[in-house]
Every structure is written in structure tokens, then in C-alpha cells.
Design a protein around this ligand. Sequence first.
Ligand code: FAD
Length: 290
Amino acid sequence: MNKQFDVAIIGGGPAGLSGALTLARGNRTVVVFDDNQPRNAPAAHMMNFPSRDGTPPDEFRRLIREDLKKYSKVEFKSERVNDIKRNELGFMLEGKIQVKKILLAHGVTDILPEIPGIKELFGKAIFHCPYCHGYEYLNEAMGMIGGKEYADHMSVLLKGLSKDLVLFTNGAEVDQYPGIKVYTDKIDSFIYEAEKLKAVKLVTGEVVERSYLFYRPDQKLSTGLGVKLGCELTDMGHYKITDFGLTTQPDVFAAGDDMTVMQSVVFACAAGSKAGAMINFEVLQLINRK
Ligand SMILES: Cc1cc2nc3c(=O)[nH]c(=O)nc-3n(C[C@H](O)[C@H](O)[C@H](O)COP(=O)(O)OP(=O)(O)OC[C@H]3O[C@@H](n4cnc5c(N)ncnc54)[C@H](O)[C@@H]3O)c2cc1C
């Protein structure tokens, strides 16, 4: 006998857990799958979330799961979902769990380049978002790594945190930016000690002392499940959604980093909650029709 739920949530990060909370409060049966690879795991603290500024990321998730304990209709599975098939009742997951609706809240995976030291420093001294990290290093020696499009935007934004700002283009040609020294040579490696950045070493052998850097890695959806279900993507590679999180496939919703470039915990929670409310409404419409 297959197990049945109203909704399956793929991903138990801020988006998925917030969706679960809203659905639980709508009295829906929910199964949350999570294989525990949160995007912000490299960072010791989660910043810029009202009332939780500075909370460790795993503690934040634990607190939401604690809230969810009150709701007996929410079940957790610490497993990766690899297979979802549409059928006449909705969707079958892994050939054994039947649901009416899907919430894709699986997030994205950052793709770091093969530069020695970057994996060790990402989330510790190399950051992607100045609202998440940066204030802690106010006025220290800062750098940004990127081409023209990135530098046009970040040269404005980062000046708010430190005037001591340089640009590493890692081989790309760019314009000049007033007050910002530009290094166009490729980066050889990062010099660091105990997760603290000391300097950037260029292939020419030049060493540029810096305390922290900003860099936006490429990213990809953390699973191909939505694409297999036929969900269309934006030019940026995220799910195309309506205002309420419905993808281009009926009954398949998305929330969190997988549907926006505005990627932060507070946005993910809001999107999860909004999608949860819409899914609840649609499930109730189905039930009331019978
Ligand atoms: C280094 C770093 C630091 C950051 N710091 C901050 C910060 O300080 N403040 C802030 O607001 N934002 C921060 N962010 C951004 C923040 O991490 C994301 O915006 C947020 O985590 C998005 O939540 P989400 O639920 O969409 O995805 P995630 O938090 O990535 O959660 C997705 C979950 O889905 C699971 N999953 C994926 N595929 C499957 C599958 N097939 N089956 C089951 N489970 C699956 C993953 O294992 C993961 O647990 C940071 C990001 C990075 C990279």
C-alpha cells in the first residue's frame, strides 16, 4: 500500500520548512524530503534575518523543525528524492509515496572554480552577498572578483562597506573604476591561515594583501527533478513561476533559491510560505469538489 500525503516538499531548507509550516497550519498532510546539503552550510552565522541575525544556519533550521513538531501531519524523511512521476492522482515519488502537489524547494548548488583555497574560504572570507557578510569587516582591505557586469554593480555596492577596495578580473578586460585598483591577471591561489584570508596571489607572482573578498560563483539547480517534470526555466536557470509560486507545470510549485536571483533566507521563507498558502487552497478546492 502506497503512503499518501497532500503535498511533498523537496528540500527542508528555509523555503521548504516555511512551506511546511503554512501547509501544516492549513491542516494538510505533508512529507518533507531533505538530504541535508544546505547552501549556507559553509558559513558559521546566518545574517540579515529579523530576530535571528547571527544564528548558525543549522540552528535556524532546527528551530523551524522544533516549531513543526506541534503539527502531527508533517512527516520528515532524511532522504534524497530521485524519482517523481506524474499519475492520475497527482505524483508518485520513488514508486511508493502518492501526493497531490509538489513544492520544489531544493535550492541551488554553487559551482566553485578550481583555484586553490577557494573551497576552504568560501563562506568564511570569500562571500557572495554583501548583505549576508561584509559588515563584520567594515573598512578592512576588501577585494571583488569578477568581470565588467559584476564590477559595474559591486563597485558601487561594496564602497559602502570599505573604501579600501580592489578588483581582480581574473583575466577579463574591464573599464576603470574611480578609486579602485584593477588587477587583470589570472588568480593563482589564495593565501590563508585557519580560514582567514591573507592575500591573493596572481599568476605573475604578485601578492595582494586582502582580508576578504566578494565573488559570485556560477550555480545550478540542486536536482534535475523539476526539469524532468517539464518545468520551464528562466534565462538565469531558475524555475519560471507565477506570483504564487506555481511553475509552468500544473500542481508543481517552487520556492527559495531555485526560483529567484534574490537569494536569501528571508526571501526563501517568504516564498515558501506564499507557495504553501496557494497549494493549501488548491488542495482544498480538489477535496471540496469530491
Ligand atoms: C556561503 C553562504 C552564506 C550565506 N549566508 C547567508 C546569510 O547570512 N543570510 C541569508 O539570508 N542568506 C545567506 N545565504 C543564502 C541562503 O543560504 C539561501 O538563500 C537559502 O539557504 C535558500 O534556502 P532554500 O530553502 O531555497 O535552499 P537551501 O537552504 O539550500 O535548502 C535546500 C535543501 O534541499 C535539499 N535537497 C536538494 N535536492 C534534494 C533532493 N533531490 N531530495 C531531497 N532534498 C534535496 C538540500 O540538501 C538542502 O538541504 C548564504 C549562501 C551561501 C552560499
